[in-house]
Design a binder for this molecule. Structure first.
Ligand code: NAP
Length: 252
């Protein structure tokens, strides 16, 4: 039975993917900060799920992560789905620092620990490290500077660990999942997001990418085209594009 550990499982994509994987018979270790939400998933799938509270910004996150892996009977796949992000053109410092601590520093903590775990265990069967990064990491986005930069950080960190794993002959596959907008609690209610996807549509695409061990998965094909076009825009032009997101009751 495949064993997956999912960090950021208390809501949104992590929660949906945890439940889907538990339903198809994977052994699923789940974590986030909010215990009642984790317990509710455990109570629906007590045979397949174990849970621990983990705050990826806290120094004890690694210890708790290893404890969860042990409770799960081991780990074949890590899915890092924890994250936070805000529209913050006013550059509120506390918001930006929390975003970087969660998305960048938290990623370093968990991915370093997962790498070390697989280095010590994945001699025969390859381990897999999957992260839900974002297409927001494709370009610096002015109204969400710390979010877009921290998502770029995650993708670059995966690339770096992938190179290190080859260099050290460590048997780990890496999966960088880059979605466009998906309607989860991360998105502000009442605000319109372009090409928004339902979680019921996007989660199965993400699950397929993980199980097929894709190296990079853009979710979905429409966003693949959009992000391909973004990449071609020179920075001097990109800097002059005014991006904004409108509230749905104010579409004019
Ligand atoms: N929704 C989108 O449009 C979209 C698009 C591209 C990428 N993504 C990425 O997808 C991932 C999942 O987001 P989502 O859309 O599913 O949003 P979400 O519903 O807000 O889920 C975020 C998850 O991260 C956990 N989390 C946040 N801070 C944490 C911390 N310090 N320690 C541990 N867990 C923490 C939350 O749990 P607790 O609060 O209980 O800790 C929650 O389970 C994020 O990395 C996000 O950037 C989302």
């Amino acid at each position: 039975m495949k064993r997956i550990v999912i960090i950021g499982a208390s809501s949104g994509l992590g929660r949906r993917i945890s439940e889907d994987f538990a339903r198809i018979g994977l052994r699923v270790g789940i974590a986030a900060r909010r215990e009642p939400q984790l317990k509710a998933i455990y109570e629906r799938y007590p045979e397949s799920v174990v849970y621990r509270t983990i705050d990826v910004t806290a120094p004890d996150a690694v210890e708790r992560f290893y404890d969860l892996i042990e409770a799960n009977g081991g780990m074949d796949i890590l899915l890092l789905a924890s994250g936070t992000g805000h529209i913050n053109p006013q550059l509120d410092v506390a918001t930006d620092v929390t975003t970087v601590e969660t998305n960048a520093v938290g990623t370093v903590r968990i991915l370093d620990a997962a790498y070390r775990y697989f280095r010590d265990t994945a001699n025969d069967t390859p381990g897999q490290i999957a992260v839900i990064t974002s297409l927001a990491g494709t370009k610096g986005i002015g109204i969400a500077a710390s979010y877009s930069a921290s998502k770029r950080f995650q993708s670059t960190y995966i690339d770096a660990l992938d190179q290190l794993a080859h260099q050290e002959h460590v048997n780990i596959r890496f999966t960088d999942i880059r979605p466009g907008f998906i309607r989860t609690p991360l998105l502000k209610e009442g605000r319109n997001y372009p090409l928004e996807m339902a979680i019921s549509y996007a989660a199965p695409l993400i699950e397929k990418a993980i199980l097929r061990r894709k190296r990079v998965a853009v979710i979905d094909s429409r966003w693949r085209i959009v992000s391909g076009l973004w990449r071609m825009i020179p920075q001097c032009v990109w800097s002059r594009i005014a991006l904004e997101l409108k509230d749905s009751d104010n579409k004019s």
